[in-house]
Design a protein around this ligand. Structure first.
Ligand code: NAD
Length: 273
């Protein structure tokens, strides 16, 4: 069901489906999106300091009918705040903007060479001090993870990556699963490009579902947490209607076979900080 979840390696439950709020404007737009999603049954919101909408996200949670403790709230430390002390400060600033005293998950937004090891030590401290229920990374390729694991005392619980039928990164997924790192999809709708694919149109017709529902269902059947973004009430609702059908194994494999290593977002190895 909509409140179903995957268990992280520390036992914390992470809801399968969250609302992404990248490019949802702070103020009314993001407040309404978050409030709407929570009132419709979402229990997971994905924001980041760099999205500059944490205040609205916090306000949306407060204006909803759902208590804070029932929401899985995620934020991320931005590149310019990496390093031990800077990350501790950035975390407090995010909490202040969100108007909460803990996060459910805090992520390193992008890898940043050796500095990320210091950032990670800060996240480990926040975790041990119970300021955050789980810690993880985003945009970490296998070599970034291997590097981090050399010195990490706590294995990241999550890796949030660009993921959709054109970018599967199976080797990275296998590496994550061998370390019990939960895989999570960003841009699961290919930033809107998924709607142009004929194969998606055909599959949507076959199951009598929308293209978004087909690809989001594929995420869940692959064991991947997914966070589609919308600020429109109807789309937020439709994107959560994933629990009344199942894709056949053949159709899951058909979507897997579209993989061509194509990114719509930045490449973690060539990201301009
Ligand atoms: P997405 O793949 O979720 O696509 C969003 C686009 O699809 C929007 O333009 C939206 O209007 C449209 N859309 C949504 N539902 C629709 C529907 N039912 N029908 C038609 N159009 C629909 O793209 P995204 O926002 O890039 O990714 C989702 C979330 O992932 C973000 O909001 C953010 O929280 C997170 N993210 C994280 C990173 C990272 O570096 N960690 C990077 C990008 C995004």
């Amino acid at each position: 069901d909509l409140q179903g979840s995957f268990e992280l390696h520390n036992g914390v439950q992470m809801p399968y489906l969250g609302l992404g709020v990248y490019l949802s404007k702070d103020g009314e737009e993001v407040i309404n999106a978050v409030k709407e999603a929570l009132n419709q049954g979402y229990r997971h919101i994905d924001t980041a300091a760099i999205y500059e909408n944490e205040e609205g996200v916090g306000e949306g949670i407060r204006q909803s009918n759902v208590p804070r403790e029932d929401v899985f709230l995620v934020s991320k430390v931005w590149n310019t705040d990496q390093g031990y002390e800077a990350t501790l400060k950035a975390f407090e600033a995010s909490l202040n903007r969100l108007g909460t005293d803990y996060l459910d998950l805090y992520l390193i937004h992008w890898p940043k060479g050796d500095l990320s090891k210091d950032t990670w030590r800060a996240l480990e401290r926040l975790y041990r001090e119970k300021r955050v229920r789980a810690i993880g990374v985003s945009n970490f390729l296998k070599h970034h993870l291997e590097d981090l694991l050399d010195t990490a005392e706590i294995v990241p619980m999550v890796n949030q990556m660009e993921f959709h039928p054109y970018l599967v990164q199976q080797e990275l997924m296998d590496f994550c699963s061998s370390h019990q790192i939960q895989y999570e999809a960003w841009s699961p709708l290919m930033q809107g490009n998924i709607f142009d694919l004929d194969i998606m149109k055909d599959m949507a017709a076959k199951y009598n579902k929308t293209i978004a529902q087909i690809v989001l269902r594929w995420d869940l059947q692959k064991g991947v947490v997914t966070i589609p973004k919308s600020s429109k009430k109807e789309r937020i609702k439709a994107n959560s209607e994933l629990f009344d059908f199942t894709l056949s194994d053949e159709d899951v494999k058909l979507l897997d076979s579209l993989d061509k290593g194509k990114r719509f977002g930045p490449d973690p190895d060539n990201f301009d900080f």
